[in-house]
Design a protein around this ligand. Sequence first.
Ligand SMILES: C[S@@+](CC[C@H](N)C(=O)[O-])C[C@H]1O[C@@H](n2cnc3c(N)ncnc32)[C@H](O)[C@@H]1O
Length: 313
Amino acid sequence: MSDLAHKPVLLDETIDLLNLQPGMQVIDMTLGLGGHSLELLHTVGPSGKLLAFEQDERNLKEAKKRLKSFEKQIIFVHRNFEHIKEETAKHGFKPDAILMDLGLSSPHVDDPDRGFSFKEGGPLDMRFDPRQDLTAADVVNKMGEKDLADIIYEYGEERRSRVIARAIVEQRKQKPIETTDELADLIKSVSPKVNRTHPATQTFQALRIYVNRELEVLEKALSDAIEILSPKGKIAVISYHSLEDRMVKQIFKENASSTKKNKYQKQNKEDLCQQETGKSLYILTKKPIIPTGIEVFENPRSRSAKLRGAQKE
Ligand SMILES: C[S@@+](CC[C@H](N)C(=O)[O-])C[C@H]1O[C@@H](n2cnc3c(N)ncnc32)[C@H](O)[C@@H]1O
């Protein structure tokens, strides 16, 4: 039995929101260890189909094992979900529902060799997909001080970005920074102790987002996902930090037609305009759905999760 584990977050809420019916076609853009997918497959039954993306080979292998009894219903794609349009066209897939459960899975955080966590020392890696060249060590040891500060500020929302970038550049003059604990200790040494969170948290988030191009990929893939969704199809996105959540909210808004009107209300000029520009989304969650206290207690990693959903007209 493998010791890889990941508890799916907001599982019941996601399944409720997607309101799946037997025989539907579903895309899981972030398969992970298959926790959400397993439930999606149960819900769509034996005539349903799943197209599942996962760029991390180890997670993909594990998910395949877990979903073995459904294998005839699943197309596994070992690629970045930015290729959603190409892959759905290739497989003639017409999704009735799409799920994105963004970010890291527990095996990423728990394995120090992947370099995502500073709790135990490991190589400064942070790649979701080890086939990619760029690692966090490349960024930390090669990028110019201003660009480094900008990344830490933009993707980590870290106000002390300049101080941290300066410290990194000074340190690497002595020798390259190679491990997560070296970097975390360095950041700690130039940061005042403010609260319980480790002072390196925001910088690690920034490096991870940059290395994996997370926001750039999310922006494109979410717009593409909305475009290929079937009429009346639903999309659910679970995000874990404010930069992602803001982007999801914004893209839903950009694609949203005005709030649904009842049949007696006249169509106004704005509606006609929206139809012409192809805006086609009805937002299902005015406010994001967040985990209950019980879920956070049972799975502290769910604490920052926010679920947003929308439906194609
Ligand atoms: C939060 S986990 C998903 C967990 C999953 N819902 C479950 O219940 O097991 C996110 C997963 O998506 C993968 N991932 C993140 N960004 C991706 C991308 N752009 N393309 C493909 N996979 C991605 C990560 O490797 C990770 O395994």
